[in-house]
Design a protein around this ligand. Structure first.
Ligand code: TGC
Ligand code: FAD
Length: 393
């Protein structure tokens, strides 16, 4: 299907002026790559429920893998706002492709960088940055999603390492990943992070089929049947649930930026369509009801842009709290989903066709609002932060 990408960026409050020249350059180069390589093909891949693996070298080339990881480990050494911009431009194309990049950066490279030994950093990070190997992150289990602290996956001492048993579910990139950062409990019941490599005996990654969402992203399980994990594959720098949750802080931050990209693409499509489509002898954009939808969309997008810009500054200064990140992830993903639903209506029947990106974004966002902590869990994190009382348990 020939897909014509007419996307125009919208910056109602001139937030771009708050960015550096380097940020603007990064935005332009990622945007150009998305327009040339991603949007022309993504609809077909999504329809076929296939991950476009040929994009991996290009993603590495634009610095989408570990942008904020220091250059000595193969990253680009950029700041957090640059990372956010990259996620936003990628998600303007498709949430599934942003997912691939955020898992590689925040859920695989980040824990190895933050909690790994020097040998682990040297061994994995440069190759992950170049996209020579891909990774995934195993936290969620069949019986434990929102409550990862109750995980059942286990590590039992065995010679110079551990035997890993259990299963992880809903794991992005699992079907093709070369390595998996996996969280499991040791004999003391302490959560540890380990690096599992494809090819280790007893490790398999069955693919999850029949998804209506994130169809261009590969999702699967991680199954561990007495997988021997040598001591050198254990992340030495962290113990406890704060290990995986620290990684989520980084990924959730990227999602808060990314979701704006999907919203902008839906808004832009709906605005253009409403000006071109005539009913009752007038462009539908001239009707008050359609203007209300469009005006509310750009208002919410603008608020979200300001939210992540400020959060990025705080993150650059190491002052962003997990609860602030939760607020931005929750708000911006919900905003994007609402924008997508309204935009779809503006296109009438055409809103359901793959010729336009809106329905794909909308269905993708149904996963984004659930993964990395559900909409309700993030509300409870805010609730706990402001009251000091946990409503989880
Ligand atoms: P709680 O007792 O509150 O905390 C346990 C320990 O963790 C610390 N902590 C954090 N540390 C860093 N960052 C955070 N955001 C943290 N939140 C909590 C906490 O201080 C404590 O430390 P310590 O030293 O005292 O032990 O934990 P809880 O069991 O009550 O659960 C809290 C809750 C519900 C907020 C948390 O478990 C949660 O966020 N649940 C949602 C699970 C989730 O987000 N899963 C995501 C899986 S990965 C994924 O979805 C990838 S999608 C990828 C893609 O395709 O883009
Ligand atoms: P549950 O935890 O069973 O929640 C079901 C419902 O109950 C939700 O609405 C939830 O908000 C609500 N709920 C739960 N607890 C409470 C409470 N205390 N109070 C009020 N309401 C509550 N995980 C990974 O580890 N790695 C990945 O790469 C990954 N990728 C994913 C990709 C996709 C496409 C999807 C869909 C998921 C992915 N996940 C991944 C898993 C994701 O993080 C979980 O789906 C999510 O954390 C929710 O867990 P759950 O699905 O088990 O829902």
């Amino acid at each position: 299907m020939a897909f014509s990408d007419k996307f125009q960026y919208h910056d109602y409050y001139l937030v771009e002026e708050l960015l550096t020249d380097e940020h603007r350059l990064i935005r332009e180069s990622v945007r150009a790559w998305v327009k040339k390589e991603l949007t022309p093909i993504i609809e077909d891949y999504a329809q076929r429920a296939e991950f476009p693996s040929h994009l991996i070298p290009g993603l590495a080339g634009i610095g989408a893998f570990g942008p904020y990881i220091p250059q000595e480990y193969g990253g680009a050494g950029l700041d957090q706002i640059a990372y956010g911009i990259i996620m936003q431009e990628l998600e303007r194309g498709d949430s599934g492709i942003r997912s691939t990049a955020s898992v590689q950066s925040s859920l695989v490279m980040y824990p190895i960088f933050a909690f790994g030994s020097e040998e682990q950093k040297q061994k994995y990070l440069p190759r992950l940055a170049r996209g020579e190997i891909m990774g995934c992150f195993g936290l969620t289990e069949p019986n434990h999603g929102s409550d990862p602290g109750s995980m059942e996956s286990s590590l039992r001492r065995h010679g110079q390492g551990y035997l890993l048993n259990g299963a992880k579910m809903w794991i992005s990139n699992a079907p093709f990943a070369d390595i998996a950062v996996v969280w499991a409990k040791d004999e003391e019941g302490t959560i540890r992070g380990v690096i599992v490599e494809r090819g280790m005996e007893g490790f398999s990654t069955p693919e999850t089929h029949k998804k209506w969402s994130l169809r261009a992203s590969a999702t699967g399980e991680l199954v561990f049947d007495n997988v021997f994990i040598p001591e050198e594959n254990v992340l030495p720098g962290v113990k406890g649930l704060k290990g995986p949750l620290s990684c989520l802080n980084s990924a959730r931050y990227g999602i808060a930026w990314g979701a704006i990209g999907a919203a902008l693409d839906c808004y832009d499509t709906a605005l253009r369509y409403s000006l071109e489509r005539h009913q009752f002898g007038r462009p539908i954009a001239s009707f008050q009801l359609q203007q209300k939808k469009l005006a509310e969309m750009i208002t919410e997008i603008t608020k979200a842009q300001l939210l992540v810009w400020r959060l990025g500054i705080l993150k650059n200064e190491n002052r962003a709290t997990p609860a602030q990140i939760s607020m931005a992830k929750r708000n911006n993903v919900h905003m994007a989903l609402t924008v997508a639903r309204e935009a779809r209506q503006i296109l009438g029947g055409m809103g359901i066709i793959g010729e336009y990106s809106i329905m794909r974004h909308m269905m993708n966002l149904e996963s984004v609002i659930t993964y990395e902590g559900t909409h309700d869990i993030h509300l409870l994190i805010t609730g706990m932060d402001i009251t000091g009382l946990s409503a989880f348990k």
